[in-house]
Design a protein around this ligand. Sequence first.
Ligand code: NAD
Length: 447
Amino acid sequence: MLSNLNSGHSQQAKFNLVQVKGTWIRQPEQSQLAEGKLSDAEISQNKSENGLLWTVVSPIIFSYRVIQCRNILDPGNDTLLWGHLGDEELKGTLSNSKPLRRFVVIDETVNHLYGSQVAQYFKARKTVCKILPLPTTEENKGLELVTRILEQVHEFGIDRRSEPIIAIGGGVCLDVVGLAASLYRRRTPYIRVPTTLLSYVDASVGAKTGVNFAGGKNKLGSYVPPVATFLDRSFFQTLPPRQISNGMAEMLKMALMKHRGLFELLEAEGRKLLHTKLQSCESNNDVSEHEDCATASTRIAIETMLEELAPNLWEDDLDRLVDFGHLISPELEMCVLPALLHGEAVNIDMAFMVYVAHQRGLLTADEKERIVQCMLGLELPVWHQDCTLALVQKSLRERVKHSGGSVRMPLPTGLGQAEIFHDMIEDNILHQAYQKWTDELSDSGNK
Ligand code: NAD
């Protein structure tokens, strides 16, 4: 049927769209265009004896800001209120005499620690504010939370053009609020304020929102980026050390895939970064001249992540370096839940893949050893008893199924460089890598 539809059409005409006096009109591609606003969209039309076929191409541009800042909850800091706006938009908004209003969703634990500062901030800025604390845990990461947010947003009544919803919390909170915002009135702007390291370097900078569904991780979601993400490392001061290591795994992923300098930084300073919870020392305020390792490592992690995400926001291209560590880990994470945090499962996956890369001749023994030592320095697990060969094989099969039938496997080919491989790992390589990995690391514990 479909092939008939297409093959039956012979004559094609392409049209531009021009807005003249408020009306959009089609103009043949080759013609002299009327004076007016030209759209990026185009319509092509095919005609045959069967009828007409119109094809609409409508490029949609998303633009969002990722801002590193300090003291975001200081009432003297404009970022939380205005950071999502460019200079021109801000001028327009400030000339408006409407009272300021914001709807804030905050993770319950974060509310306990920072809720009064958030309330104080908006009070000092004379902003009418509704703060909704929610238990945004992985176990609760479902549609019910989304509905709760939507009901409260509706009751509060926001102006979707000028009153972005603000999410403050870890990756779960940001994902859930993002999904609610993408549903409310089809797309309401929202802002992400990550408070965990993992959400700072990963969940907050891309476009994905989501909740778990039907037993599957992030099975429901959307690709709708926030209007802005505000990154303030001071939230990490209250994180347990394990949560810092957890986020470090995603930083290490970017280092292994594309930035040798970041790898060397984590290798040399990893323990110190953990110990200081990535805080900069106060005397070192001039970050432009003397960038300390906490500032440098988080900046590089964000920059490398944005480089990979921006051209592929909708994940149309399945060849993604950022998938390193995410081939076996989803299966492992769900299988042992809640024993492993996301970054921990990712690290176990990465450690195994480093052995595969070595077995394939892509990494030297020295490079492999340096990577493993770096992981241990970051206090990340490098092996897990439930990561069996059967689980590895099943995960790889699943992966092929979900990648349109072909293999797409990012593997390191040196320190800070990688390639995507499209051939399946040979059975003997997989077995040998698994055996060596187990022999060498099974008693590593959390050294
Ligand atoms: P999380 O949101 O569950 O937070 C971890 C824990 O830290 C929670 O108990 C939370 O209450 C607590 N917490 C948060 N901030 C704190 C602070 N400043 N001080 C003390 N405690 C604090 O977990 P996470 O690791 O931030 O995020 C994991 C989630 O992110 C997963 O659901 C994953 O699917 C998602 N994720 C999404 C993307 C994406 O692109 N959208 C990327 C990676 C991960």
